[in-house]
Design a protein around this ligand. Sequence first.
Ligand code: NAP
Ligand code: MG
Length: 492
Amino acid sequence: MAHANWIGGEFVASSSEETIAVVNPYTEEVIGHVASSSPADVDRAVEAALRAFSEWRWVPAVERGDYLHEVARKLREAEDALARQLTLEGGKPLVENSDEVGWTAASFDYYAEIGRHSRGRVIPSIESSQLSLVLKEPYGVVGCIVPWNYPLLLMAWKVAPALAAGNTVVLKPASVTPLSALMLARVFDHLPPGTVNILTGSGEMVGNALVTHPQVPVIAFTGSTGVGQQIAGLAAPHMKKLHLELGGKDAFIIAEDADPDVAVPGVAWAALLNNGQVCTSTERIYVHESLYTEFTALITEYVQGLVLGDPLDRATDLGPMARANYRAKVERQVADAVERGARVLTGGRRPPDQPTGYFYEPTVLVEVNRDMEIMCQETFGPVLPIARFVDFEEAIALANDSPYGLGANLYTHNASYVKRFYEEVRAGTLWINDPLTDNDAGPFGGFGMSGLGRELGEEGLDEFRETKHVHWDFAMEPKEWWYPYEEYNRLR
Ligand code: NAP
Ligand code: MG
């Protein structure tokens, strides 16, 4: 069926005639259309999710775990098809998308297990005749709104813990990557109908309708800080629980003892993976002055050796950026930097040998300063702006010179630098000598303008559980601190 959503366990035609075209960023051709769903479609999906919630919440956690392990198994089975579709619509190299499918499956396996560890805890009660329980309960229908850069992984970081906690889900994928999201119907079709529902459509229409829907008490969102702010405003009158993973401007500090043979490819990886379209991409590089000249020369040479090309080709390092407007933003920021005195050591242009595709050459910029857009606004593109520092005190101050606080990286063996770094840098994830690595058990999220809440780990499960305190006295006796009880007996 064309232009349908997946609601209540089946494909249902959208009530809207409008569609959204899906473009291949390598060929620049339209490769499909999906429904531009309406608020009526959102109502329908929320109703299905609510119906499913009345049963799913009571499914024993061990059984819910079995369902989630089966999701993981089906994801691995569909790896090739999913990875290919992700590359066709998002432009991320096939190798990386295969990895993404594997990581997505691993997240479902992780929450399948930790979802059955606890339902809360028992706390010491006030009297010996009492039991005090802290219960963790599902909220109900969770609205999950995800971006295009890691469409499956960031879906899993929300959907897996939400389901493990006993909630049901309405998922809205990004309009850049909706076709791979619809393929997930096959991955979820063993779940009771309505447990997961998938709706395509614009952020303005479907996203807003979810965010303001009175029967969706939780919104889990990954995307830009601007949209996160809009969501917070729209959700405020409903007092919704919000989970917001937003933008970043991660710093990378290269201390004087760093080995350039490791730091050069490591920093290039952290800045250029997925063309720098990672929320935790390195976007500001600070090198100790003693290494600066060598480091900038080596990294320039290194990035010139990376292979740009067809993202379906397994030899490709960098494919096209996801959309022309994302590239345009990078071009604007580089132009602004150059105008204000920055120097381009390599890149700074579209590759002349790629006839189609939203390519941008990996770009090394030096002589940058904090007032340039490239140093203070999120770039989300393949640019490495490099500045130098004199001592570690200054390096920490530079790393903290941002309203964002998603992640930060450091290369050093100096233990006192490490301690200062993880204690003083305001960011949700600190990587020392191993940039950008995720761990399902490690909570992930941002300080400041990078968001609210944490995904992954036990914290990521708790985001989808409401806390209840149960105070139970077995005795049913009068208490001495009440109004005089004798008075009551006398009156009777
Ligand atoms: P975006 O424009 O904010 O979109 C993200 C999602 O929100 C999409 O599904 C989008 O739908 C939807 N949306 C747009 N406007 C909306 C609205 N008014 N109400 C509700 N939903 C709305 O972000 P993007 O450009 O796709 O992704 C890049 C951004 O995501 C970057 O800023 C990046 O840092 C951030 N990101 C953060 C993390 C993290 O974990 N912190 C991870 C990855 C990415 P449409 O596609 O239909 O517009
Ligand atoms: Mg967008």
